[in-house]
Design a protein around this ligand. Structure first.
Ligand code: 7RM
Length: 528
């Protein structure tokens, strides 16, 4: 790590405060690059390897990174991901980038542009393994992580140095009861916040051994996780409900083939866990002896905020239980008044915490508007929740235009702007509908430009276009073609109605502002 920190300075001219974009697969060079940046105080932004060249452009330009660290390629279910080719396409449109550092991972033939591109293994030659950490202000920017919000453009969540380190370390220690003799496996990709906080910073700062893997839970076989747990004697496993639901579907025989007796604690994150999946996880994976910590938090919160502490908090399947010590969470109405127990409301945080985001990078106004204007005197999470008579929190999901698909956070507006950039598309509205496996699934309602035909081919092409524009994870599960979208008199798309239609529910509630009733009738007909 120190070798690469010196390389950043000496070879790539990165100075304290300069931004570095990291676009790597799940290989050791990824945490090494992050920690090397931290060592010299260069804020980094990790871009998930599944994001497209186009998404990379947006993130590099917003952060004005001078260096991109990437690899010749990555592996995903045995398929090659052309990371360097994506970077080549991206940097055509990113004036801030001076250099590209390339890890040799797959051996894929790639182009190296003289003067701009350097191989990692060549650049590090001769660099010292001694790099004293830069002394920094506690509030010095640590990293920027782009996350989906309610507009078409992802926001750069800014985390700072000391507070983030303090709280990720403490939460790892208390929530996972982690000791330096433990082997901890958080299965998230480092491209998401869960990987930043609980693959890299928290567990390493606790001195634990961390497992990282490249690939997928069902490649080469559906027992991939259990083979890894057995091989490395993992004692703490932290994964997502969507993965657990897939395991339930694939069958008990896969975990049963492996010795999982090393496990002592299980965790989940990313979305509400249904009680059936919770029970299965407890019985089949935990052998009935491991506590489960259902941990609620966000990219913005930096670390786990609502969670049981193992051995100390009685759990209820489906509830993230109670706030972490020092966290003041509440369920309130629009005026900020707590709602009675058992009633749904907005989940807010009433006092600050060390690892909270400090702003939206270079957009303080959006920060204020997004988080601090909805509820007076509180941070609004965007989640709906209820608190029961015992003070336990039950998270009910997003109340804004953010959806969680297989634990991945996506913005409906982002997908809509990708859709309308397709030459055949006139207008689009995207909603989430419940999905047994992925929690939510993306449904796109699309009207075509006049004269364009709605063939199956066009629908497929539209899906692929979203994949190319954002990344494969954003491809709609369903593209529904329609002549018109239901709108209010002022022209706002009535998403609530579309959500009901997408999930096959009868339309409930107020439709008096609906511009054209026949649109709704038509949309329903399409279903039949
Ligand atoms: C860590 C992460 C944040 C959103 C959040 C919630 C949902 C996360 C839980 C959960 C129910 C949980 N960051 N969420 N954890 N819902 N129970 N234990 O996921 O920024 O990508 O997403 O995820 O809606 O607001 S994130």
């Amino acid at each position: 790590m120190s070798v690469f920190a010196n390389t950043l300075r000496e070879v790539f001219g990165v100075k304290t405060g300069d931004r570095v974009a990291i676009y790597l697969p799940m290989i050791p060079e990824l945490p090494i690059a992050m920690l090397a940046c931290a060592r010299i105080g260069a804020p980094f932004t990790v871009v998930f390897g599944g994001f497209s060249a186009e998404s990379l452009v947006g993130r590099i330009n917003d952060s004005e990174a001078s260096l991109v660290v990437t690899a010749d390629g990555g592996w995903r279910r045995g398929v090659l991901v052309p990371l360097k080719a994506n970077v080549d396409a991206a940097v055509e449109k990113t004036p801030s980038v001076r250099n590209v550092c390339v890890v040799r991972r797959t051996g894929t033939p790639i182009e190296m542009k003289a003067g701009r591109d350097r191989w990692w293994h060549e650049a590090v030659v001769g660099q010292s393994a001694h790099c004293p950490p830069e002394a920094l202000d506690s509030e010095h920017p640590f990293y920027i992580l782009y996350t989906s919000g309610t507009t078409g453009k992802p926001k750069g969540v800014l985390h700072t140095t000391a507070g983030y380190l303090v709280q990720t370390t403490l939460s790892t220690k208390w929530v996972f009861d982690l000791k330096d003799t433990d082997t901890f496996w958080c299965t998230a990709d480092i491209g998401w916040v869960t990987g930043h906080s609980y693959v890299v910073v928290g567990p390493l700062s606790c001195g634990a051994t961390v497992v990282m893997y490249e690939g997928a839970p069902n490649h080469p076989g559906p027992d991939r996780f259990w083979a890894i747990v057995e091989k490395y004697r993992v004692n703490t496993l932290y994964t997502a409900p969507t993965a657990i639901r897939a395991f339930v579907k694939w069958g008990e025989e896969h975990p049963k083939k492996h010795d999982l007796s090393s496990l002592r604690l299980l965790g989940t994150v990313g979305e509400p866990i249904n009680p059936e999946a919770w029970m299965w996880y407890h019985r089949v994976i935990g052998g009935g002896r491991c506590p489960i910590v259902d941990t609620w938090w966000q990219t913005e919160t930096g670390s786990i905020l609502i969670t049981p502490l193992p051995g100390a908090t009685a759990t209820k399947p489906g509830s993230a239980t109670r706030p972490f010590p020092g966290i003041v969470a509440e369920v309130v109405d629009k005026d900020g008044k707590p709602v009675p127990a058992g009633q749904g409301g907005m989940l807010v945080l009433k006092t600050p915490w060390p690892s909270m985001l400090r702003t939206v990078y270079r957009d303080d106004e959006r920060y204020r508007r997004q988080y601090w204007s909805e509820v007076p005197g509180a941070y609004y999470t965007g989640d709906g929740a209820r608190k029961d008579e015992d003070g336990y929190f039950w998270i009910m999901g997003r109340q804004d235009d953010v959806i969680k698909v297989a634990g991945h956070r996506l913005g409906t507006m982002e997908i809509e702007s990708a859709l309308v950039s397709h030459p055949s598309v006139a207008e689009a509205a995207v909603v989430g509908r419940p999905d047994e496996l992925t929690g939510q699934a993306i449904v796109a309602f699309v009207t075509l430009q006049s004269g364009k035909n709605g063939t199956a081919e066009v629908r497929k092409d539209i899906r692929e276009h979203v994949g190319k524009t954002i990344g494969a994870i954003a491809k709609p599960a369903e593209v529904r073609l329609t002549d018109a979208l239901p709108k209010t008199r002022s022209g706002k798309i009535m998403r609530r109605l579309l959500r009901d239609i997408a999930s096959g529910k009868a339309t409930v509630g107020d439709t008096t502002t609906l511009e054209d009733y026949s649109v709704l009738a038509k949309l329903r007909e399409e279903e039949e």
